[in-house]
Structure formats: C-alpha cells, structure tokens
Design a protein around this ligand. Structure first.
Ligand code: SAM
Length: 292
C-alpha cells in the first residue's frame, strides 16, 4: 500500500473516500461510521483524556485511526477495539511501527477478557451512535470505571448523560452515568466535523469516577430499581412500584418497595424523574438484603 494512503490526511473526505474505495470498504451506517475530520476537535478531545506516558489507554471504535494518530504519540500502552475487520487490517498496516494492540469484534463482547488481563486508566471513543449507550452502560454496570473516560456521542444522548432531576432529559441512563461518575459536558461538535456528516450534532462528554458508586450496597438491585421506576416515565412511583412488584421485584412485593420510598421521605405520587441519584441510592440500600 502506498505511503500516501498510509499517511492518511484525516481532515480530507476525498482521501478517506479514496482509501475506503481502494480497500473495498464503506462508511457503514449500521456501525455508525462517521469520521472526525476536524483536527482542532481531535486535539481537544485527546487533550481532555490527559494521557500520561505510562497510561493504559483503550480506544473504542478507532475507525481509520484519526484519534489513534494522536494517542500513539502519548502512550505505548494502547489497545484499540474495532468491529470492522477491514478497518482493523488498515490500522495494523498504518500503525505497524507503533504496534498498538488491536482487538477485533464488538467491544461489548471483547472488553472483559482484556480487562482481566490489564485494566485501563483511560477510555476514549468517538462512539457509534446506535451502540453508544449500551457501551457506556456496560462499563458502568460491570463496575469497571477507569480514572477518566472521554466520549463523543449524539448531542441528545450527551444531554441525557448530564441531565438533572426534574428536567426533560433526566432518565434511567442519566442516573446510571451519574451514580458512579461526575459527568462533564465538554461542548458541541457540529455535524460538519464528521464525514459523512450525520443528521445531528454531537457532544464531547468527560466522565471521572465519584465515590458515590461505592455507597451502593447491591449494584444489581440498584440498576433494576432505577430501570423499573422509569418503565412508565409519565406515571407515578405508585404505578411503577405496582408493575415492578408483579415482575422483577416479586420477591419483595409492593409493600416493602413502597415503604422504602416512604421511609426516605418520598411521596408515592412523585414521578420517577423528580427523584435524585442520592435518593435512588438510599432507597436501593434500604431494600438491599431484604426478601432474600
Ligand atoms: N474514531 C474514528 C473517528 O473518530 O474518525 C471513527 C469513529 S466512528 C463514529 C465509530 C467507530 O466504531 C467505527 O469505526 C465503527 O466501525 C466502530 N464500531 C461500531 N460499533 C462497534 C462495536 N460494537 N465495537 C467496536 N467498534 C465499533
């Protein structure tokens, strides 16, 4: 492969297009393949990750390597998780000298075995839109939160990650993101920063761990409780408790579930989106160990 192609100009849609054509690849919608063609944004995003020379860094969805090109200069302990075999092949050639580890496949299926070998201190990813929340949730739910994560996600999803109780974007995903992390909104990236340009803008979101997560006695129960209370967002806790008590919380029942909220001073007429992360933690902790 010619040197020109291996030294891809990541800001040039025509070079990216030519490379993809040459390799018989395409920007595939189903894998959310939109390349970041804004060098200023790339510098800023990687700068937020605050990589040290000995940092163990994971990049999710490196694509053709636009962020990778900066990361390889900052650490030699870099692992790339990429689902597209054609992109993995390109990355192997383009970064032969730096030789980052490349893990081919769906990151949700591959990361755990790498984690047990060596946990990362940093995770970065310009995430595929359709899988972004599943990827972020998977790390959090499995209690695998590194010192810092920097993600580019759809703007609306970034807003949900950071939303405060009582606002329209506050959801079970907001609580999942905020119970263990401080979520920092690092600003909007407009659609023109990507090739092909997506229909909506993106946001850069930074996440750093909070010790609030350690206060949760039973993480599985906490996640189930939050999800079940948001099953019908427009309904009151009373309704959602009744539904939960006849499904996943059958072992506890309506009375015990309701009492845990009441004991925290929360009225059952309240809507789930009005309850803070700390209140959900307190209720879940009251329920932990009951009904076993
Ligand atoms: N990092 C590159 C950039 O910024 O130019 C590409 C970002 S593109 C939005 C998302 C990347 O994630 C694509 O390379 C896509 O193939 C990859 N991807 C999609 N789903 C994935 C998954 N489940 N696991 C790993 N990689 C995935």
């Amino acid at each position: 492969m010619s040197d020109r192609i291996l030294k891809l100009n990541y800001d040039s849609p025509s070079e990216i297009r030519a490379l993809l054509e040459m390799m018989g690849l395409g920007p595939r919608k189903r894998w959310g393949q939109n390349f970041l063609i804004n060098s200023g944004a790339r510098e800023r995003i990687v700068g937020l990750l605050d990589v040290r020379p000995d940092s163990v860094v994971w990049e999710i969805g490196p694509g053709l390597g636009s962020l990778t090109s900066l990361l390889v200069r900052q650490t030699s302990r870099l692992t790339l998780f990429e689902i597209d075999p054609g992109y993995c092949e390109y990355l192997q050639m383009a970064y032969e000298k730096e030789n980052p580890e490349i893990v081919e496949g769906d990151v949700i299926k591959t990361w755990k075995s790498r984690f047990s070998a060596e946990a990362p201190d940093r995770i970065i990813g310009n995430l595929p839109y359709n899988a972004a929340s599943a990827i972020i949730s998977d790390f959090i739910e499995n209690d695998s939160i590194p010192e810092r994560m920097v993600y580019t996600v759809q703007q609306e999803m970034g807003d949900r990650m950071k939303a405060a109780p009582g606002t329209k974007n506050y959801s079970s995903f907001s609580i999942l993101c905020q119970f263990g992390c401080r979520v920092i909104d690092r600003g909007v990236l407009n659609a023109g920063s990507f090739y092909p340009a997506p229909r909506v803008s993106s946001k850069v979101m930074e996440m750093v761990p909070l010790d609030r997560g350690n206060r949760v006695k039973d993480r599985d129960l906490f996640f189930r409780l939050v999800r079940d209370m948001f099953i019908s967002r427009r309904k009151t806790l009373r309704n959602n408790i009744a539904a939960a008590a006849s499904a996943r919380f059958q072992h506890l029942g309506k009375e015990i579930l309701s009492q845990a909220f009441v004991d925290e001073g929360i009225k059952l007429e309240t809507r789930p989106e009005r309850i803070s992360v700390d209140e959900y933690i307190a209720v879940a902790n009251r329920l932990a160990g009951q009904g076993c």
